[in-house]
Design a protein around this ligand. Structure first.
Ligand code: IMP
Length: 427
């Protein structure tokens, strides 16, 4: 008791860092369970802004133990530079725990990610180019390198050999690139071993013991529901499971231990990379959402695609994650529109469809059916309680809640740590 999951209900970048950090003070462990440095959290603490890619955002809360679970893929060079960057700013990172079973993003995985995307041409996924997909592919193909392998040179060498066997054929014969040498990779990886050693531990045991002692454990999803390899808009997805089930497989904590699943939901919609996006805007409204919302990727620096709120997607997120609550973020960005369109259903080949179609073809053909909700012009960033919000903003939140299928328990009204309205406590 009590384990909570916080995850993205849309295509990622919903503002999870802020939500995690809000809970950070009362949470004993913050666990990342999937993804790698393709994620990007911006956390604002006081007047300091931190951009985290791989580290759990609990790293910024002094009482909290941050954990990188077995389901995460770790680029050691990125991890070490993120740690030293925080140390330089006076953040103590010594409590970090890393699962020995987490897989390592090797330099050849990054190379394969980039050359594959180039090879795909206009069919590319628009990956972050961080080697995420190829590392998970190696894991599933059983030729992955795990953190624990750094501590047995002979095993590490054999595993790198096995992984490079086919890849070098592919790189030289198909992609016209130079082969990658085994020794060079082994040497680079061994160079990380001592630096990572203080953090490596049996995180499954640690987390289960913590739960037995009634500690509060928060699972922090990277990316979002629609980017899930199983439940997202495949193939335009990431290669892991950001949905709630991933918290169990990616940490070794059983589903019976999870008491709350909170979906982070932006008051409008954004997406990075390629793939279908029914409410996407190509006009000045989309441009305004991007500008006012600061919709530029923390990890990639790419502009995010922007659109109106899509309730069909929110309902889907409630279903596949078993959401108990929503944290609605960035409501302030919508201030100033006279009317705000909300997508309540889709029209697919002339028919109204209320739920997300399971067929990829149908989803690509989905056109949004909009309902117009009245907007507000008052500054809402100082609102401390729901009743402080203008009537139309309250009605907007209530309408979203009704359409989305779970209570909205918190609302973000500005980027700062305190610019949040708490309606129901998460703990
Ligand atoms: P990958 O995770 O780098 O393999 O990229 C696969 C897809 O997921 C691409 O469309 C990326 O833009 C998207 N993606 C990966 N991480 C994030 C994230 O943290 N936020 C939003 N989109 C992401």
């Amino acid at each position: 008791m009590p384990a909570l999951v916080l995850l993205g209900a849309q295509w990622g970048d919903e503002g999870k860092g802020k939500a995690t950090d809000l809970l950070g003070g009362s949470v004993d462990y913050v666990v990342r369970y999937q993804g790698g440095n393709n994620a990007g959290h911006t956390v604002v603490v006081g007047d300091q802004k931190y951009a985290l890619h791989l580290l759990p955002s609990g790293i910024l809360s002094p009482g909290c133990t941050p954990v990188i679970g077995n389901g995460v893929v770790v680029d050691p060079s990125v991890l070490l530079s993120e740690l030293s960057g925080l140390n330089e700013r006076g953040v103590d990172t010594s409590k970090l725990l890393i699962s020995g079973n987490a897989h390592i993003i090797t330099p050849y995985n990054v190379t394969v990610d980039k050359v594959t995307e180039r090879f795909l041409g206009k069919r590319k996924i628009g990956t972050t180019g961080r080697g995420i997909g190829p590392t998970y592919a190696d894991k599933i193909n059983r030729v992955g390198i795990r953190v624990q392998d750094l501590y047995d040179e002979s095993i590490l060498t054999q595993k790198v050999e096995a992984a490079l066997d086919v890849k070098n054929q592919m790189l030289t014969k198909l992609f016209n690139r130079r082969a990658i040498g085994v020794e060079q990779v082994v040497e680079e990886l061994l160079g990380y071993a001592d630096k990572l050693a203080p953090y490596v531990s049996d995180t499954v045991l640690v987390l289960n013991q913590a739960l037995e002692q009634d500690k509060v454990v928060l699972f922090e999803g990277g990316q979002g529901t629609l980017l899930d390899i199983d439940h997202g808009t495949y193939p335009f997805v990431t290669s892991s499971n950001p949905t709630a089930g991933g918290a169990c497989t990616g940490s070794g904590v059983g589903p019976t231990k999870i008491s709350r699943v909170i979906g982070i939901l932006k008051a409008y919609t954004t997406r990075v990379g390629a793939g279908p996006f029914p409410t996407e805007l190509f006009d000045e409204d989309g441009e305004a959402l991007r500008r006012i919302g600061g919709e530029r990727g923390v990890t990639t620096g790419r502009d995010r695609r922007c659109g109106w709120f899509d309730a069909v997607i929110a309902r889907y997120a409630t279903r596949v994650n078993g959401l108990t609550d929503f944290f609605l973020t960035k409501l302030d960005v919508l201030t100033g529109w006279e009317q705000i369109p909300v997508c309540v259903a889709y029209e697919i080949d002339g028919k109204r469809v209320e739920e997300l179609p399971y067929s990829q073809t149908d989803f690509h053909h989905a056109k949004p059916v909009y309902e117009m909700l009245p907007g507000w012009s008052e500054d809402i960033s100082k609102a401390k309680s729901f009743s402080d919000l203008p009537k139309n903003a309250q009605a907007y939140v209530k309408a979203l809640e009704e359409m989305s299928g779970a209570p909205i328990s918190a609302i973000g009204v500005g980027p700062g740590r305190t610019e949040t309205i708490e309606i129901n406590s998460f703990l």
